[in-house]
Design a protein around this ligand. Structure first.
Ligand SMILES: Cc1cc2nc3c(=O)[nH]c(=O)nc-3n(C[C@H](O)[C@H](O)[C@H](O)COP(=O)(O)OP(=O)(O)OC[C@H]3O[C@@H](n4cnc5c(N)ncnc54)[C@H](O)[C@@H]3O)c2cc1C
Length: 379
């Protein structure tokens, strides 16, 4: 019988998180293999659609801020090695009622963390960005250090640099099963079995069964990103127009300037319809799916006259509390899980990769991730 290929670490899934884990492990000289069902930089999971928002001011939970400080440093370092722009600090405007989740959360975050910002009545911020029409009693925040990441390029550069540092990858290969014991982990793939001392699970929208086995319900949802052309697109072009998040009466919406003439990108930040099987996600736009975004645009940017140019279908992987799971497996100390990024994880991918490398190699990390542990679901 032929010997199994043997690695220190196997990474299951080379998307946003898996590519970063591969990179950090390979840079430490670890023998590591990433397994990916599709191609690297594919548009079938959760890490596609040209750009992702990055910010340090975190209304969702202030404990993310130390991780984001490290993420800013790591993205800058990746960009230097990549030799091309990955991170653009466009600045970001946030509008919402004074009691909205975003504004209350930002008030708390800025009270706890020393981060640059300006808080002002919405009409004053609209003097600076007259493209926006929001209620006069809304609050506006200006975040000068927020911006966007080129999402596919980040994945591709993490993976490419990992390979240059000795990582192996098996693309077009599906992981069918894995078995862990005290000696290591056997990974059963569509192209044979592999063995590693440690397995990292970064399967994105396909993490449901692994999380269910450790007591976490994952709610995978269908999310659409839209790009709009407009006769007034020049007013919405980067760099003069920023990233935005608006908590409107219809719920939260966010968007990006038109970058390189691609059109204004807008999406709704909500739990879309549940996805039963991530592998058969319908990519086409379904009737009525654009309605809320259109209404938001006509209320918020009355001068836009939007014409839909393209859309991309993607998945959120939501945990019950919308915070991530980054932890070692409670039963198998040689298996780590990073999943449930709940629609806001990409900006953390570089630091999650570093944490996963720590967990695989030394069984612990100095990064403050207790709030992302599995214990919180067992209380
Ligand atoms: C519309 C949308 C907008 C978002 N906006 C933002 C934002 O602005 N800012 C932000 O920070 N975050 C944002 N997010 C969230 C962020 O993009 C995700 O949290 C992040 O990309 C998830 O990365 P991942 O590695 O967990 O999943 P993925 O990148 O999907 O990677 C998982 C990979 O695992 C592979 N895989 C799965 N199962 C197997 C198997 N059995 N065998 C082999 N391969 C397998 C898949 O093919 C896939 O490539 C957004 C998400 C969406 C959908």
């Amino acid at each position: 019988m032929s010997r199994l290929s043997e690695f220190d670490v196997i990474v299951l899934g080379i998307g946003g998180m898996g590519s970063a884990a591969l990179y950090h492990l390979a840079r430490r000289g670890v023998s590591v293999c990433g397994i990916e069902r599709h191609e690297i930089g594919n548009n079938l999971g959760s890490s596609h659609g040209h750009v992702r928002v990055i910010r340090q001011a975190y209304f969702e939970h202030p404990d993310y801020v130390p991780l984001l400080r490290r993420a800013y440093h790591l993205w800058q370092s990746l960009e230097e090695q990549a030799g091309e722009t990955l991170f653009v600090k466009s600045g970001m405007v946030v509008f919402g009622g004074k009691d909205s989740e975003a504004i209350v959360g930002l008030d708390a975050c800025y009270a706890k963390h020393d981060l640059p910002h300006e808080r002002m009545p919405a009409p004053k911020l609209c003097e600076r960005f007259p493209q926006f029409h929001v209620p006069d009693d809304a609050v506006g925040y200006w975040d000068p250090i927020a911006g966007y990441l080129y999402v596919e390029k980040c994945v591709e550069h993490h993976a490419r640099l990992a390979i240059e540092n000795g990582a192996e990858t098996r693309t077009g290969t599906e992981v069918l099963d894995w078995r862990a014991d005290s000696k290591g982990v056997t990974v059963v793939t569509s192209n044979g079995e592999l063995f590693a001392h440690h397995l990292i699970l970064t399967a994105g929208g396909w993490s449901g069964p692994a999380l269910a086995s450790v007591g976490v319900d994952l709610n995978v949802t269908r999310q659409i990103q839209f790009w709009y052309d407009s006769p007034t697109l020049a007013k919405f072009e980067a760099p003069q127009f920023p990233v935005f998040f608006v908590e409107s009466e219809r719920g939260p919406f966010y968007g990006f300037p038109s970058i390189d003439g691609m059109g204004l990108k807008v999406a709704q930040h909500f739990d879309g319809p549940p996805v039963e099987n991530p592998s058969s996600l319908i990519r086409d736009l379904l009737p009525g799916e654009e309605t809320d975004v259109r209404q938001f645009l006509s209320e918020t940017f009355p001068d836009l006259e939007p014409k839909l140019r393209q859309h991309a279908t993607c998945m959120y992987s939501n945990t019950p509390d919308k915070n991530f799971v980054v932890d070692r497996h409670p039963e198998f100390s040689n298996v780590s899980i990073a999943a449930g990024f709940s629609g806001h994880g990409f900006k953390f991918a570089c630091v999650v990769g570093e944490i996963l490398a720590d967990l695989a190699m030394i069984g612990r990390t100095d990064h403050p991730i207790a709030f992302l542990g599995l214990d919180r679901f067992r209380a």
